[in-house]
Design a protein around this ligand. Structure first.
Ligand code: ZN
Length: 178
């Protein structure tokens, strides 16, 4: 959740600001909250296909002000290699480099993830696909995401990979059952 991805930002996702409150509320239910942060050098390769965004040290790269950061224990920066884009919080798009995310989760004995944020069909989807492939039980809280393109297509792809698509309102019921 970074300034450049919400309304007014360089690469704004429609409705991005609407999910901040939902995410803040959700955080109350979790012990460990981790954020990812696009952290691009000025000459990043993705700027040939996307508007320049989330440049290291700029306002656009900062986490959204209204986002509650008290429970965020770790920020995983990604997209730092000028030559490779990185949608997933785990690996760059060419899977050449890995972030600290997997080792951090292992150190903290995390087995199940609940993913929220922007955008459903890019960073959320790629993070979720990597997570499930790495063996984590993976949930996407779909109403706490917003997409750039077709959300239904992204949902189908995630479901067929074994990712649970849930709603923030049903989260407490699900957690009681499991
Ligand atoms: Zn980016």
């Amino acid at each position: 959740m970074q300034n450049d991805f919400v309304e007014g930002g360089a690469l704004a996702v429609k409705g991005g600001n609407q999910i901040v409150d939902i995410i803040n509320k959700l955080q109350e239910s979790f012990e460990l909250v981790i954020a990812t942060q696009d952290w691009h050098p000025k000459n990043h390769i993705s700027f040939s296909s996307w508007p320049s965004h989330c440049i290291q040290g700029t306002y656009g790269a900062e986490l959204v002000k209204a986002l509650n950061k008290v429970k965020i224990k770790k920020i995983i920066q990604k997209g730092t290699d000028p030559q490779i884009d990185s949608y997933s919080g785990f690996f760059d798009n060419e899977r050449k480099n890995e972030t600290e995310l997997r080792s951090y989760l292992k150190e903290n004995n995390v087995q199940e993830l609940f993913i929220v944020g922007l955008a459903t069909d890019y960073c959320v989807k790629y993070t979720a696909l990597d997570a499930v492939n790495l063996g984590f039980k993976t949930n996407v809280i779909i109403d706490a995401t917003r997409s750039i393109g077709n959300i239904e297509k992204a949902i189908l792809e995630m479901k067929s990979a074994g990712i649970n698509i849930i709603n923030s309102k049903s989260l407490n019921q699900i957690r009681d059952i499991t």
